[in-house]
Every structure is written in structure tokens, then in C-alpha cells.
Write a new protein. Sequence first.
Length: 339
Amino acid sequence: MAGLVLAVETSCDETAAAVVAGGREVRSSVVSSQVDLHAHFGGVVPELAGRAHLERIVPVVTEALAAAGLGGVAAPPVDAVAATVGPGLIGALLVGVSFAKALAMGWGVPFVGVNHLEGHLYASLLEDPGIELPAVVVLVSGGHSLIVKMTGPRAYAVLGATVDDAAGEAFDKVARFLGLAYPGGPAIEQAAKRGDPAAIAFPRPMLREGLDLSFSGLKTAVVHHVRAHPDVDSADVAASFQAAVVEILVLKAMRAARAVAARSVCLAGGVAANGPLREAFRAAAGAAGLGVYLPSLAMCTDNAAMIAAAAHYNLAADGPTSLGAGAEPGLGFPGAISR
């Protein structure tokens, strides 16, 4: 089992590197965001993201090694090198995968390919190893919305997933429609502070049905309402939309926790940084007598520490990833489907 793992994460618009010891101790974590680069376009431009990763990966990895006290590279400074292999943007992924493989070959240490979605499950574990299992993890990001039962490292099952848009995608699209800044999640949250979350009765799709999620209809309802009421206050729209998303996610999480007799609930992914969602999660978990684990804001967004943690356990169980393995932009969640 590897002691020190250097991981790189380049699945979308953050160039990240981290060194983690024993799958638990974060020795360093460096993230270079491309938000300013893509803000002008209202979303991530894949070609620009790939080029930015090429420019930034060497200084980011160098900084991560130095921050971990591993400045010299004459001898292998780590026991393994990991990279996100998918899902994500193919051009962006290839930068990190190719770089990590080159380091692994040069240092003569194992290379470990990691599923980005699996990595997100380790965000809370990194910061609170005492997490009570089994746990229900609600993984909500720009591209994915999943409800996962986690009974331990590498032991998880998907209980529910979005049937259309992810929660973060809906935030981005609604923000763009309202003329708010990119990224949409923080912009919606900021605008909502000035609005009334009860002003507009937006639908809660699939609220009474199972554990799957749907946000496309909610997004469409926002568009139709604004077009029918052009003078509506954007702050009220933002607040009412956000309230609908929060209610859906919290209710589904609690339903899942009851269904699998979970001892705790967790949030993961970029949308987990949303303040009202975190507050509602904490309140609902407390009322249900469940433990609640909310990753720090730094661990909500894409980072390489979570990739290094996942790599630690994957290497122990499966051994090194073949250097012939490539990036997989459409890679699915690695756990079993249990609905």
C-alpha cells in the first residue's frame, strides 16, 4: 500500500495537484482555477481549458511537491502517481493523464487512474476520518447528481441519479438566463440573498417518487415564468429556484438514509458549497438523529487531494493501472447500481 501519493486533477477547469499520505493525511493541495478565463464565455470552453492545463500543470505540481516538503526529484519523492482518467473533457483529461504517466515512468513508481466521481466521495473522509458508516453521500456538481450509499472505501452503491440535468448544470443555465455571472451556483446564491424564496411556487420534479432526481423541468419552469412575467424581480426568481433545488436534494437524501438505515449523510461536489443547502442538510440530519458531514469549501470543488485518497485504496485493491490505459471522458460511476 502506497504511503505517499501525488495526484493530478484536470478533468474540467481546475488544474490541481496534491500529496496525500496513507489515503488520509493531506500534505499539500494546490488548485489553479480557470474561472476568470471562461467567465467571458459564460461556461467552460474545452479548447481553452486544455491549453490552460498545459500551461499550468508543471508549476502546480512543482508547488504541491514543495509544499509537501518534497522539493527534490532526483529520487522518487512519492510511492505512486495518480490522475483523474474520467469523466470529464477529453482534452483536459489527457493533459493530466499523460503528465502523471510520464512522472510515474520517470520515477519508476506505479500509476493509478482514478474515477473523478469516486474521488468526490473521499472529500469528507479526508477531513473527518471518524465519519459514521454506512453513509448516504449526495454528490452534486455541474455534470453529475448522484445519491450514493457508502459503507467504506471502495464499497458503494448508487441509490439514485438525475434522469436529465445535473443540479449544477441547472444552476448555471438559470444564472445565464437571468443574466447573472459565471459560475452560476455562487451567482444564484448571491442574488437569492436579496430575494424571497417563497415568492414563486416553482415545481419540485419527482419529489414524491423514489430516489432519482430531475432538474430539467424546474429549469424550464423558471424560463417560462420569467417570460410570462418580464418584470419579475430576478432576486425572487433566484431565491425561489434555489429553494426548490435545496428541498429536492434534502428530501431525497433523508429518504435514502431511511431506506438503507444510514448513520450519517454527506454532501460532495461543487454544489455542496451552497450555503442554504448546507444549512438545510445540517438541520434535516439533526432532526433525524443522523451524523452530518459537510466538506470544507476547498474540498467541494475539484481538487487532487480527493483523487490521491481514492488512488491509495484503489492501488491497494487492484494494483497499478496499465500505462496503456487512456482517458475516458464518458466514464460512469464505479459502484453498483442499487435502486
